[in-house]
Design a protein around this ligand. Structure first.
Ligand SMILES: C[S@@+](CC[C@H](N)C(=O)[O-])C[C@H]1O[C@@H](n2cnc3c(N)ncnc32)[C@H](O)[C@@H]1O
Length: 292
């Protein structure tokens, strides 16, 4: 896979191997020796950097909790139409479209989508997944792509952004909120879900975040986490200003046992924001300057 400076596709390789390590369905369709090498190197590097101050479980447990929590919330929502932004090499679209009534659009940068197609082309099972009418892999940049072509009038849509928001500036996030919000004018209802740990909830003495950030910067030629000083309240306020209501923040540590997450005793740090909007559209977009 050809990458450019600032390209985050290596993170998609890493997470694809986490889903395989966690034994999640359909993850075998996306595994590769590259992904295994990135996973092994990252896991070893993080283990070496752990100190007695580390209070959190290793990163792969947090990611597994994040992914399974999103699966849980999508299933519980009953929505049959999904757009997954920055889907990377996620196995969720392949898993969910086993149900022929689900329409699932995955979006990521062109070289990541190309790699995903290549991985699926390797096996009969993968080719069968690629051929499903309900699954669409779309090449595009979340900051500039129009989402309207992927929805239908009067069909509520569930929009997922997993592992993306921490790389966006606060302004880019607000633009994305406004863009997702606008879909409600067509679909009638939008449910929007993303993960983002508020800065003030990151443990002060835990080096994991800094080590991951440094590792990502090395792999991507300089691009790492956006470290703005966001609180839960800031995120909820930005969603409200974009026209979303009923925002809930769900933390893994609060629900791990109740939701029967794998390795639920591992102390992980995941915060999901789940929100909704109905037509008519809000006016959040006027407040931010965005590229379209
Ligand atoms: C950490 S990975 C997460 C992948 C997937 N959501 C998962 O959890 O397995 C981040 C993904 O964001 C994608 N990405 C980053 N910036 C993007 C952009 N501007 N437009 C589309 N995709 C983007 C990367 O290509 C990568 O696949």
């Amino acid at each position: 896979m050809m990458t450019k400076p600032g390209d985050l596709s290596v993170t998609a390789l890493y997470t694809s191997q986490v889903w395989a390590w966690g034994g999640l369905s359909h993850s075998h369709l996306f595994t590769s020796s590259d992904a295994k090498s990135v996973f092994d190197a990252t896991t070893a590097g993080l283990a070496a950097a752990r100190t007695s101050h580390c209070t959190l479980a290793p990163l792969h447990y947090s990611l597994l909790h994040r992914h399974v929590m999103i699966d849980h919330l999508l299933r519980a929502s009953g929505y049959r139409h999904v757009i997954e932004l920055a889907a990377g090499l996620s196995r969720r679209g392949a898993a969910v479209t086993s149900d022929a009534d689900v329409r699932y659009t995955e979006l990521d940068l062109p070289h990541v989508v190309e790699l995903k197609r290549e991985l699926l082309q390797r096996t009969d099972e993968g080719r069968a997944v690629l051929a499903r009418p309900g699954l669409r892999l779309v090449e595009g940049d979340v900051e500039t792509v129009a989402l309207e072509p992927f929805v239908r009038p009067g069909e509520p849509v569930f929009v997922i952004a997993e592992g993306l928001m921490m790389y966006l500036t606060a302004n880019a996030r607000r633009c994305l909120f406004a863009k997702v919000r606008r879909l409600a004018a067509i679909t009638g209802q939008v449910r929007f879900l993303f993960d983002l740990v508020p800065t003030n909830e990151e443990p002060e003495h835990d080096v994991t975040g800094r080590v991951i950030d440094a590792a990502i910067k090395r792999f991507t030629g300089g691009r790492g986490f956006e470290r703005d000083t966001r609180t839960r309240n800031d995120i909820v306020t930005a969603l409200r200003e974009a026209g979303f209501d009923d925002t809930e923040a769900v933390a893994s540590r609060d629900i791990a046992r109740e939701w029967n997450l794998p390795d639920s005793d591992q102390p992980t740090q995941v915060v999901l924001f789940v929100t909704r909007a109905s037509s008519p559209g809000g006016d959040g977009e006027e407040e931010v300057t965005c590229s379209h």
